[in-house]
Design a protein around this ligand. Structure first.
Ligand SMILES: Cc1cc2nc3c(=O)[nH]c(=O)nc-3n(C[C@H](O)[C@H](O)[C@H](O)COP(=O)(O)OP(=O)(O)OC[C@H]3O[C@@H](n4cnc5c(N)ncnc54)[C@H](O)[C@@H]3O)c2cc1C
Length: 484
């Protein structure tokens, strides 16, 4: 039987990108999304998407594919170093595919889809400013997802069914994946249905699966809040049809989720975007002291917080840390700040008043002012200061401050794919009719994902998955011509 559609599971950036690519080839798409609203975690992304080299990076631009690749390899760390043979080659191929297509991904979004990506920040672990977002009011995740959704809505070849939870992949014995089984609720009854066709799984990570995959692979993270809404990981569905998984224990704990003092125990936190530090923000402990280079890799900053800040007496595991922005940094982040102050997560205060709460703050700010103005070197090694302009610290100087704490944020592990987004079995063979892209996949980021590289992987591997699934679908049509 010739399937009438390609099935895309998940409506985040990876699923949307794959869909656009399939529609470009004029292949019909059925998108199945478990929640009532599309967008997944992608819609929440707040710092931006990486690309190098691009016309939006500051000039003169010394960034390059090679530099981006080197930063990604350094960040991936031990799992890449320890890998040998075919596994090492596969990881290297994924990294190369990511960075070599990053400039093209930015131009696809900016030039072909019309998304503003003109502001560029330097995030932790990057040697250059290469994380792109828009200059307007919309956060990058919302801007990208809503624009792509607008592109496909109304296309006669596209159908999205929300409230559909895929529970099973259908695979013929040793052969191809031929569809999915999914459930939904109709008239208070759970209904089970099947759809047939090649499948691209873009169902995201498991950082919101506290009781399931997180408890299985990282029980030590129990009690640490998350930036991800609660939902179970889907890797086991792919394992059931033979897919291999990798790096499942590599979970990113982001150093800065906002701790809302009105609801300190909330298990899901709003992320304090890494761009806040990239554009100039600093971290101080409860007593006002700086303790880390804020632009170190996420895992390093998180470790410093856990080792050097006081653990709070809350039921959730949280630490006493503050994010401080001066007025220069705040001006570069007006949209972010408007949202955070509206939510009561950051407040404006004078240095004099804040110093009454934090006895070491004055000294920390004066030391930092000397570093920024070039009088001294930062004892923590920070070399890039974004838009920080507070170099004469007075009691009446204004700053913004918010409480932050480490949060479970992203899962580096997932199903094994190759550079063609094909899902692989343990022996390394591709499973026919099955592709995956985005956070569901593993191996690319090793032990630490660089900020901005997740949206990038969604676009790069989502486009590849779309192209591959399109040619597979055309091949199926060729095997058995459609009766006229
Ligand atoms: C607060 C926040 C801020 C972030 N900021 C950035 C950033 O600035 N830059 C960056 O690069 N990365 C960022 N990330 C990470 C990045 O947003 C995600 O890793 C990425 O968007 C994942 O995209 P995805 O398409 O793979 O998955 P998602 O966007 O999570 O989409 C997956 C979709 O699949 C659906 N789904 C899951 N299971 C099923 C099922 N069984 N059946 C049907 N549907 C299913 C989900 O409901 C979801 O809608 C951020 C993450 C968070 C949480």
């Amino acid at each position: 039987m010739i399937p009438s559609t390609v099935i895309v599971v998940g409506s985040g950036l990876a699923g949307l990108t794959t869909t656009i690519q399939l529609l470009t080839h004029r292949i019909p798409v059925l998108m199945l999304e478990r929640f009532s609203h599309p967008g997944g975690n992608s819609i929440k992304a707040s710092s931006g998407i990486n690309g190098a080299p691009t016309p939006f990076q500051p000039v003169p631009n010394s960034d390059s594919v090679t530099a981006f690749q080197a930063d990604t390899v350094t960040s991936a760390g031990e799992p890449l170093v320890a890998a040998t043979g075919a596994e090492r080659t596969r990881r290297q191929n994924l990294i190369e595919t990511l960075v070599e297509n990053s400039s093209g991904a930015i131009s696809w979004l900016a030039d072909e889809q019309g998304i503003d990506l003109s502001r560029v920040a330097q995030l932790g672990g990057h040697r250059f400013a290469r994380t792109h977002r828009g200059a307007g009011k919309k956060p990058p995740g919302y801007d990208i997802v809503s624009t792509l959704l607008g592109r496909i809505t109304g296309d006669e070849l596209f159908r999205m069914e929300t409230g559909r939870r895929v529970t099973k992949l259908l695979r013929e014995v040793g052969g191809q994946v031929s569809g999915v089984e999914y459930t939904f609720v109709r008239d208070n009854e759970t209904v089970v249905e099947r759809a047939y066709g090649p499948v691209v799984v873009a169902s995201g990570g498991f950082a919101g699966d506290a009781q399931g995959l997180l408890a299985q692979y990282r029980p030590d993270l129990a009690g640490i809040p998350s930036t991800n809404d609660r939902r179970e990981g889907t890797q086991p569905l792919l394992q059931e049809v033979g897919a291999a998984v990798v790096d499942m224990e590599q979970v990113q704990v982001h150093p800065t989720g906002f701790l809302d003092t009105k609801d300190p125990e909330a298990p899901v936190k709003i992320l304090a975007a890494e761009a806040l530090r990239g554009e100039g923000g600093i971290l101080v402990r409860g007593d006002g002291r700086r303790f880390v280079n804020e632009l170190e890799k996420r895992e390093t900053v998180t470790r410093a917080i856990m080792e050097q800040a006081k653990e709070l007496p809350t039921t959730a595991r949280q630490w006493d840390v503050n994010l401080v922005l001066d007025e220069g940094t705040a001006a570069a982040l007006q949209t972010h700040l408007g949202f955070y102050t509206m939510k009561g997560l950051m407040r404006q205060i004078t240095v004099g008043d804040l110093a009454e709460e934090m006895p070491s703050l004055n000294e920390a700010l004066r030391d930092y002012a000397d570093v920024v103005s070039g009088k001294t070197k930062d004892s923590f090694g920070r070399q890039s200061f974004g838009n920080w302009t507070l170099t004469k610290v007075q009691p009446e100087s204004k700053v913004y401050v918010g409480k932050v704490t480490p949060v479970v944020h992203f899962t580096m592990g997932g199903v094994v794919i190759n550079e063609r987004s094909q899902v692989l079995e343990r022996q390394g063979r591709p499973i026919p009719g099955l592709w995956a892209s985005g956070e569901i996949t593993g191996g690319l980021h090793g032990q630490n994902r660089l900020g901005g590289s997740s949206l990038l992987e969604c676009v790069v591997f989502g486009r590849i998955a779309g192209d591959e699934a399109a040619s597979y679908y055309r091949g199926l049509e060729g095997q058995c011509p459609v009766p006229s």
